[in-house]
Design a binder for this molecule. Structure first.
Ligand code: SF4
Length: 486
């Protein structure tokens, strides 16, 4: 069932190269290869990943549940589109690199209890929702969504369909752990309406797998991809991580070669966020076994070269897609969006998230559920929404969110377009931020021109650093809050 890989398309010029500007060379060639260690040292500083702005570290319990509920009510005065996220936190065993909010347990029966609480949460939230809202996006994340038994997946699907109106063209993605997966999991997910599967692979090297406590032979990954296609998923993504212990360019190239034989539609190749001060389980990984910053950059360059040379477009910030994939098409038409689930083509929809620790987002409000299971269950037992922390965006936040999201998605800023989008004189209002780009330009990370700037291929590797220049919330001391940008 594995399809033949598509022919290699010509590399794309940056989506936004202005008239008269020479397009940067294709990713993975000259610019990226000229990166020297000094540049890595200079820009390898802690920084947010900007799946939200401001980042979740700014959410606060000073925002009361009553204020959040008022914000939710205000958001439901009209019937805007919805994106639903369900956090399914259970995993059988911990992977030592993991940064997700999980519940590690061998007791499969826990998921049945959790589903009852999810249903209660949907019921309580449903009382606040405008009845005509259309769901255009659905996502199951975790944890391990396939910790649920196939029939539990069907039951959760029925709950969702009972309480929400799903658009016939809904984009429905689910995170899959190929270990312990059976074909019926995927069959059940497809019956519920899922059409995009994202498989956790990370690395196939046995030494790396042992060091991160995740043993997953290639055969398991291959079976998962083949089953997903057999049951009717229209898109398969593979997640890899670079920067794991003992990884070398040689070992990671073997992993890349193996997974390329599966011809996925997309890749997400994440930079490993080593944050043991936030995730104590990561302390098991000895820092001395991690690749150095320069080796990590080599791993990233290798990945970009290998995947762009095999028919994939570098979307940016860890993501690759076939040139014909809707992510690549959306980037070319400047309609790509970025949210907590990564890049998306469905912008504008409010994200309503369910389950412990999940984060919701509307035009002017973020809110996050309680992060531990007893608290989450306790609130729902008392028939109240498990809202823990929130953040109301100011006008300035909303503008900066648009600037940073356009930058992360388009890899350019056009001042006239930004002025229209923000209803301000962009070049004047952001003169200080734009003036601060001189060193980035001198280092070859971007090129300014009359009316805007374009991020170079080299600059794409450091896009977080460029975005940070537009962030008004960056604390003076970021060292302990964020992972490093490279
Ligand atoms: S990486 Fe995935 S499977 Fe492993 S502990 Fe984290 S959420 Fe669970």
């Amino acid at each position: 069932m594995t399809p033949v890989p598509a022919p290699i398309p010509p590399p794309l010029a940056p989506a936004s190269a202005p008239p008269g500007e020479t397009a940067a060379p294709p990713l993975g060639t000259s610019d990226a290869l000229r990166v020297d260690l000094d540049l890595v040292r200079k820009y390898n500083v802690p920084g947010p990943r900007y799946t939200s702005y401001p980042p979740a570290t700014h959410f606060s319990d000073a925002v009361s549940p009553e204020q959040m509920i008022e914000g939710i009510r205000a958001n439901n005065r009209t019937a805007g589109e919805l994106s639903l996220y369900f956090h399914l936190p259970f995993c059988y065993s911990p992977c030592w690199y993991c940064g997700c909010t999980t519940v590690i347990t061998p007791q499969q029966s826990q998921s049945a209890t959790y589903l009852k609480y999810l249903d209660r949460e949907m019921e309580l939230m449903g009382r606040l929702l405008h009845p005509d809202r259309n769901v255009v996006q659905l996502h199951f994340g975790g944890g391990t969504p396939t910790f649920l038994l196939p029939d539990e997946i069907r039951a959760l699907g029925s709950m969702i369909h009972r309480r929400f109106r799903l658009d016939p063209e809904v984009e429905a993605g689910v995170e899959i752990d190929p270990r312990r997966l059976i074909r019926d999991h995927l069959q059940a997910l497809h019956e519920v309406g899922f059409n995009r599967a994202s498989l956790g692979v990370q690395d196939h090297d046995p030494v790396v797998q042992k060091a991160v406590h995740r043993i997953q032979p290639f055969e398991q990954s291959r079976a998962a991809v083949e089953w997903a296609r057999e049951v009717g998923f229209r898109s398969v993504n593979i997640d890899l991580i670079y920067g794991l212990p003992h990884q070398t360019p040689e070992s990671f190239e073997r992993t890349l070669d193996e997974v390329l034989t599966l011809a996925p539609d997309r890749f997400a190749v994440f930079n490993y966020a080593y944050v043991p001060w936030i995730k104590p389980a990561q302390k098991i990984i000895k820092e001395s076994t991690l690749p150095s910053a320069s080796t990590k950059l080599e791993l990233l360059k290798l990945t970009i070269e290998k995947l762009t040379g095999s028919g994939y477009v570098y979307i940016g910030m860890d993501h690759f897609a076939r040139a014909t994939d809707e992510l690549a098409l959306a980037q070319r038409s400047k309609t790509l969006q970025r949210n907590f689930q990564g890049y998306s083509t469905r912008g504008g929809a409010d994200i309503y998230a369910f389950g412990m620790s999940s984060i919701s987002q509307t035009g002017d409000l973020y809110w996050q559920n309680h992060k531990d299971l007893p608290e989450y269950y306790g609130h729902l037992d008392r028939e109240v929404l498990p809202l823990a922390r929130g953040y109301f965006l100011t006008e300035d936040d909303r503008r900066r969110r648009i600037v940073i999201m356009r930058l992360m998605c388009d890899f350019s800023l056009d001042y006239a377009q930004m002025s229209r989008l923000l209803d301000v004189d962009f070049a004047a209002d952001f003169a200080a931020e734009l003036g601060s780009l001189a060193d980035l330009e001198a280092d070859g990370l971007l090129r300014r021109h009359d009316g805007g700037f374009v991020v170079t291929d080299l600059g794409r590797l450091f896009i977080r650093n460029i975005a940070m220049r537009f962030d008004a919330h960056l604390p003076k001391e970021t060292e302990r809050r964020y992972s490093r940008t490279v």
